[in-house]
Design a protein around this ligand. Structure first.
Ligand code: ASP
Length: 311
């Protein structure tokens, strides 16, 4: 039986045991396990990595616990502008969208852009037109309204701050972006990321998630990566491609490359966050330099792992 594996994240940040109620912790765990199971099932049946990660991300986009799709944070104008990307490690094809509004599943649009357009990245109303052409599902503003996220916007506006997602009231900083990486039985790897970005962000702000090489990257020869964290730092550090380059040009292992980029280079710059990474041998790394990161992984023949806190 050929190996397959999948890992997902639901954001990183100041996530501590004392900051999460037992109910909320249980809700996150069940959301993560549901999302990874759907991808794992596709892989177990011989499906491809791209389909597995798309389904896992799509499920998380339905859940208001996460800052993606339905649970996306508000920008300064009180609107939702979402970013997403997907990349195929076999062909190095990629699709991404930034600033999409009212679309239920930005990851499906990223995939359609990769598979059905001549482009890699579409933005704003042009992306919306393409989504309509593709018959993708839109929803009214009310669908995306989550009261505590709106409250966070009011506070952030008042304080004049652009803040990372505060998923739980009382938390300091949290990034609720979602992502998935997988290896399928055909030996191919892929990565996908989807996010609402940052609360109170300026209209038109683009984060790292849809920037190929920054928040999302996949190459069968090295690794597939999905990031979460303070996007501006991840763009400046070209995080995902940096991990890949360290493997490609320096011959580092996935773990060595991830440690350098997330625990050393990003920390030095002040960039908080983490990533999930997989290579074609099925190795998985999930490093983060914040207090916690919602994460899960499952390899063929092994038990499901779900983690939230540092230790
Ligand atoms: N990286 C995302 C962004 O800056 C935020 C996050 O990971 O929650 O848009």
């Amino acid at each position: 039986m050929k190996k397959y594996a999948i890992a997902i994240h639901g954001g990183a940040g100041t996530i501590t045991r004392s900051g999460l109620t037992p109910e909320l912790e249980a809700a996150y765990k069940s959301a993560l396990s549901e999302a990874i199971e759907i991808g794992d099932k596709i892989l177990a049946e011989g499906g491809n990595a791209l389909d597995a990660i798309t389904e896992s991300v799509r499920l998380m986009e339905n859940n208001e616990l996460f800052n993606a799709g339905k649970g996306s944070v508000f920008n300064h104008e009180g609107k939702h502008e979402m970013d997403a990307a997907i990349m195929d490690g076999k062909t190095l094809m990629a699709g991404a969208v930034s600033g999409i509004r009212n679309l239920k599943h930005p990851v499906l649009l990223a995939k359609a852009i990769m598979e059905k357009s001549a482009h890699v990245l579409l933005a704003n109303s042009g992306a919306a037109d393409f989504a309509k052409d593709m018959g993708l599902e839109f929803a009214p503003d009310e669908y995306f309204f989550v009261q505590h996220r709106y409250d966070q916007l009011l506070v952030a506006r008042e304080e004049g701050q652009i803040v990372l997602d505060h998923t739980t009231p009382g938390d300091e900083k949290k990034f609720g972006t979602v992502g998935a990486v997988a290896l399928d039985v055909h030996g191919n790897i892929a990565a996908a990321t989807s996010t609402g970005g940052m609360t109170n962000k300026r209209w038109g702000r683009v984060g790292d998630s849809p920037i190929i090489g920054a928040g999302t990257y996949a190459n069968n020869a090295t690794c597939a990566i999905s990031c979460t964290g303070h996007g501006e730092y991840f763009i400046r550090s070209v995080v995902a491609y940096d991990v890949s380059c360290l493997m490609e040009y320096k011959g580092l292992s996935l773990k060595e490359a991830c440690d350098i980029v997330v625990m050393k280079k990003l920390v030095k710059l002040g960039g908080e966050g983490g990533l999930i990474a997989i290579d074609a041998a099925g190795n998985i790394e999930m490093p983060f330099n914040s207090e916690g990161m919602y994460r899960a992984m499952k390899r063929s023949g092994e038990d499901l792992f779900i983690g939230i806190y540092k230790d």
